[in-house]
Ligand binder design. Structure first.
Ligand code: EPZ
Length: 441
């Protein structure tokens, strides 16, 4: 049943939230368990929709997934993996993109995979060409079928020398999950090296994989015939942590984010400080707060790690609507990630989006008609409005804009936010937000 949030704005968020395992690692670590010949244990698992989707997909393929009722830790046993019906897979895939990462592990486990046409946030075309090219280079046969793609490898997967046209996180994970048990050596140049990638490598190394990340972003994998299980505590979600940090600025509040990890947020913390945000960095988390003075505008360019992470820009843009002056955000990872600004403009924000690369370097999207640069002028008073959430991070941005706005906002489509923000309405209530949840009519 979809819900409607009625938010009465103007209340600074103050208090403590706990951020657990990263949405962009946990489902991948669950998939990696399929590669093992014995059970694995995954800890620090958040209760989010993406975990539910992967749990049901794995169970469909004969993997038992047990959740500890107290800790939420998952025990995954892949020893009875089996094929599943295409219709069942399609019904369970939901709007997640994770199913594409099941290819390598399923081919190693049962010799084939069927991947339904994928979902994911509407922030661009979200193609999977890199993934399919990688699988073909490992020797897989990729066939388009009604409703999805069938992948098989009659002779098994063989190591390959692969170069990615762009440091894609998903394609890098595709290589890692396929190469660890492939025959021979795989060398991946132009790899993504995000913290979630490094944590997945840690998971695979615990299972017995031989993987090295070299100085020039080349990842080298020596295939091994068998892998064992793992016992791993997932790294915390730096994107959720950054979202709460932006919420503290936007609502002029003060939020301690337990689990926020400086090591994975260095670039964000530098930017947060330049905008004028206050922070106290501790061992068990980070306190983010509005210092009471004005916020500073800035010029920002998103990039792959260790650059400014694309998932951080949407909530931060809401804070930039309150900065005194003109800010520029050049989004270089996704071609269409500013759709969420439409609702902010209706609420009173002054934002223009442009086709030009308004950053230090021209990116892949320049002169291709993508509105991928934004100019934000502030400060502007936000006023409550009716909002329908467009995507995960844009949806969180709308929530914090409504929390800071004068008046009342009605926010629909909030179920998308459950994909990546664990118990977010409970957390909002705990921080003093003034809202009601009602069932949509
Ligand atoms: C992961 O998406 C994350 N999602 C995204 O987080 C994150 O923004 C992104 O990495 C970049 O860090 C998960 O991990 C589940 P990509 P992914 O492959 O792997 C293009 C969030 O809000 N591309 O690095 O799908 C693609 O279109 C989400 O938590 C191809 O062209 O991202 C994009 O422009 C949003 N062909 C660029 O590469 C391909 O085959 C980066 O995509 C694959 C990707």
């Amino acid at each position: 049943m979809s819900s409607v949030l009625t938010i009465r704005g103007g209340v600074p968020l103050a208090g403590r939230v706990t951020v657990r395992g990263a949405k962009n690692l946990v489902p991948k670590a669950m998939v990696a368990a399929l590669l093992g010949n014995e059970p694995s244990v995954l800890r620090n698992v958040p209760e989010i929709k993406d975990v539910e989707v992967v749990t049901s997909l794995l169970q469909l393929h004969g993997v038992t997934v047990e959740k500890d009722p107290v800790t939420g830790d998952l025990t995954l046993d892949p020893t009875k993996a089996k094929t599943a019906s295409h219709t069942a897979i399609d019904a369970h895939a939901g709007d997640s993109r994770i199913p594409i990462l099941l290819c390598g592990p399923l081919i190693h486990a049962i010799g084939e995979a069927f991947i339904p046409d994928l979902g994911g946030c509407k922030i661009g075309d979200r193609p999977i060409d890199y993934h399919l090219n990688v699988l073909r280079q490992f020797g897989a046969v990729v066939e388009k079928r009604p409703g999805g793609i069938h992948i098989s490898a009659p002779d098994g997967l063989k190591g390959a020398k692969i170069s990615l046209p762009y440091p894609s996180v998903g394609a890098t994970e595709q290589v890692l999950l396929s190469a660890t048990r492939a025959e021979g050596i795989t060398e991946l140049s132009g790899a993504a090296t995000e913290p979630e990638i490094v944590d997945l490598i840690a998971v695979l190394q615990k299972m017995g994989a031989i993987i090295s990340v070299q100085t020039d972003r080349t990842i080298r994998i020596e295939g091994v015939p068998d892998l064992g299980g793992y016992n791993h505590r997932a790294l915390s979600d730096r994107n959720e942590s950054a979202s709460w940090a932006s919420a503290a600025l936007v609502t002029r509040g003060d939020i301690f984010v337990e689990g926020a990890t400086q090591r994975d947020m260095m670039t964000f913390l530098n930017t947060y400080r330049k905008v004028g945000g206050g922070m106290d960095i501790g061992d068990d988390g980070i306190r983010f707060y509005h210092k009471g003075g004005k916020l500073n505008p800035l010029v920002l360019e998103t990039d792959v790690h260790p650059g400014f992470m694309t998932d951080w820009q949407q909530p931060l843009i809401v804070a930039l609507t309150q900065a005194e002056g003109v800010s520029i955000v050049h989004e270089t990872v996704y071609e269409n990630r500013f759709g969420f600004t439409e609702a902010l403009i209706r609420m009173g924000a002054n934002i223009q989006v442009h086709r030009e690369c308004l950053g230090s370097v021209p990116c892949r999207f320049g002169q291709r008609n993508f509105l991928h640069s934004a100019v934000i002028s502030g400060p502007t008073q936000l006023t409550g409005a009716d909002i329908d959430v467009p995507d995960l991070r844009g949806g969180f941005s709308h929530l914090i804009a409504a929390l800071a706005a004068n008046g009342t906002s009605r926010v629909t489509g909030i179920d998308i936010i459950n994909r990546g923000y664990e118990r977010f309405t409970e957390k909002l209530a705990g921080l003093g937000a003034d809202f009601d949840i009602t069932a949509a009519k």
